[in-house]
Design a protein around this ligand. Structure first.
Ligand code: NCD
Ligand code: ZN
Ligand code: ZN
Ligand code: ZN
Length: 432
């Protein structure tokens, strides 16, 4: 597919108003109107479909380098494009860890070479994710990959002094620290949410307090450092209350919620299927309800997929031995539509906000999450809000198949994605 002109015909912009044509040229939105024509433009018939700004995922695990048997930058980019994403942030817990500019620059360059989505490298906060010594954040930030976000995700930066230094340093550099909030002393042996279900099934419990104590601490550390902090995968009603409190104090704290925490609860564990093991764990229905409400009222800022591919042999084993994590990129929009749009908690403009505008703003991407308007970069996602489809792991673009949504039927699907005017997905197919 060349970088020629594209006409998106008859789409509802943000799901609102009358069907409208959008002409894309030279990577930008050139015209918006009706009956638009252009000689040899690629025409996308978008009747009945919703046009949104391209999605931005602040939380993706691609497994390159190190575990290319489960995901590569290429396969993960395809999954992202199919999910409607035009930018993703690839977490640092690769092997080797992305704690140096050599790795972060490689990730950025490889993503650009693949060309399906901007793959922004996340740098590690500490060397080797070991929580002992700060990594060279400034060098990574100054590299070709321009690292904008740092995280030890997979691990919590639990030493409060080190977290304080990281926050001070990040605010001087103008970058963001994203925290995997887990007090490790409270999660020794934990594989499931601590509650009646885990107790009955004999699974080690992960209390809500392991997350909430770190959220509270980091809000206070961020306040005193005058820094920003972002909370990864918020999973409890208590975290929502703490975010409300901290934001009310004027603390620069933001948070994401995953699609799986918006949809699933710990009743899924009854089968002992390792596919449902994830960090933080699936919580209770009351937490799910609180998270949905928080995303709808802005207490939780955005959706982050925490797309975490794992090999069959690491998932299809005893529950307590299964690696935590689940696929998320290709199913995110469908789940947000089902959990937020259908019950009236968000309209499509709200979806644009939580899946594109807010994440772009939080992490500081000037060309993403922009309005659909003439002269703006053509990073766009087209959603069919009435397309039934059934999830089949092997049909997903990810190398790994660990979707907890296997065989579930959803009612909305991404049909096309444009990255700087180039269709990366058309008719639900990746355009390489
Ligand atoms: C993530 C992974 O597999 O890298 N796993 C998970 O359960 N979420 C790490 C993480 O996000 O903490
Ligand atoms: Zn995490
Ligand atoms: Zn993660
Ligand atoms: Zn697959």
């Amino acid at each position: 597919m060349s970088g020629g002109e594209v006409i998106i015909r008859g789409a509802l912009l943000y799901g609102e108003g009358e069907p409208t044509d959008v002409l894309v040229r030279d990577g930008e939105i050139a015209e918006i109107g009706s009956g638009l024509t252009a000689g040899d433009a690629t025409v996308i018939d978008a009747a009945g479909q919703v046009l949104l700004p391209g999605f931005v995922d602040m939380h993706t695990h691609l497994r390159e380098p190190g575990r290319e048997d489960t995901e590569t930058i290429e396969s993960g980019s395809a999954a992202a494009a199919l999910g409607g994403y035009t930018a993703v942030f690839a977490m640092a817990n690769t092997s080797p860890v992305a704690d140096s500019v050599v790795i972060t620059d490689h990730v950025w360059r490889r993503g650009q070479e693949v060309g399906l989505v901007d793959v922004h490298p996340v740098g590690a906060v500490t060397v080797g994710l070991e929580g002992k010594q700060l990594a060279e954040m400034a060098t990574m930030a100054a590299g070709v990959g321009r690292v904008k976000m740092f995280s030890d995700d997979g691990h919590c930066v639990h030493d409060p002094l080190l977290m304080r230094r990281a926050l001070e340093y990040s605010s001087a550099l103008g970058v963001l620290i994203a925290q995997h909030a887990e007090e490790p002393r409270l999660t020794v042996g934990a594989v499931a949410h601590e509650g009646p279900t885990a107790a009955r099934l004999g699974l080690g419990g992960w209390p809500r307090s392991a997350e909430e104590s770190i959220v509270a601490r980091d809000a206070i550390l961020a306040r005193d450092a005058g820094a920003r902090v972002h909370i990864c995968h918020a999973s409890t009603a208590g975290t929502v209350e703490l975010l409300k409190w901290a934001k009310g104090q004027g603390i620069s704290i933001t948070a994401e919620v995953t699609p799986h925490h918006l949809l699933l609860d710990d009743s899924r564990l009854e089968t002992y299927d390792g596919v449902n093991r994830v960090n933080p764990p699936l919580r209770e229905r009351s937490d799910v309800e609180a998270l949905r409400k928080a995303l709808s009222d802005g207490t939780v800022d955005c959706v982050g997929t925490d797309h975490a591919p794992h090999a069959d042999q690491d998932k299809c084993c005893e529950f307590s031995q299964a690696r935590p994590g689940m696929l998320g990129l290709e199913t995110a929009l469908a789940i947000v539509a089902q959990t937020m749009v259908e019950p009236g908690l968000l309209d499509w403009r709200g979806v644009a906000k939580v899946m594109s505008e807010r994440p772009a703003e939080i992490v500081g991407l000037p060309d993403q999450g922009r309005p659909i308007a003439v002269g703006e970069p053509a990073n766009l996602t087209l959603v069919d809000p009435a397309r039934e489809w059934t999830v089949r792991g092997p049909e997903l673009a990810s190398v790994a198949n660990n979707t907890p949504f296997e065989a579930m039927t959803f009612g909305a699907k991404v049909t096309a994605t444009l990255l700087r005017g180039r269709p990366t997905v058309l008719g639900g197919q990746v355009q390489r």
